[in-house]
Ligand binder design. Structure first.
Ligand SMILES: [Zn+2]
Length: 120
């Protein structure tokens, strides 16, 4: 593969194409500013708009909860090995929390099955 270079429109330095984030929408398939400038820009932007970004993320999540859930389910189905590792990692970190939740869930399930039995 030939090593392409590109001039960053922010810092004006010519850098390797690998120093730029890939962007499909761009003509050459890469961002116009280098990764370094990009992360600096986002950092600044994030610092300046922290509360707004957090609020937006929360709002976005609340509005797309179902979509996000299905997406992650699809992802899990397509990446079973990764999903397993992630789950394991998550479990290690949240072990105690999960145990409590499972107890709660078991109680809830038994309550639901009980009420189901009543219906049938
Ligand atoms: Zn740059």
């Amino acid at each position: 593969m030939e090593m392409l270079t590109k001039k960053c429109t922010k810092c004006g330095k010519t850098k390797k194409i690998t120093e730029y984030q890939k962007k499909k929408q761009r003509k050459d398939g890469h961002n116009s500013i280098c990764k370094k400038c990009c992360s600096q820009y986002f950092k600044k932007y994030y610092e300046a708009n922290k509360d707004r970004i957090k609020a937006k993320e929360k709002e976005y999540y609340a509005r797309n909860k179902e979509v996000i859930k299905t997406h992650s389910k699809e992802w899990q189905e397509n990446n079973p090995e990764k999903a397993r590792l992630q789950k394991k990692k998550y479990y290690e970190v949240h072990k105690n929390n999960i145990k409590q939740k499972m107890v709660y869930r078991d109680k809830k399930i038994s309550r639901i099955t009980k009420s189901c039995r009543k219906d049938t």
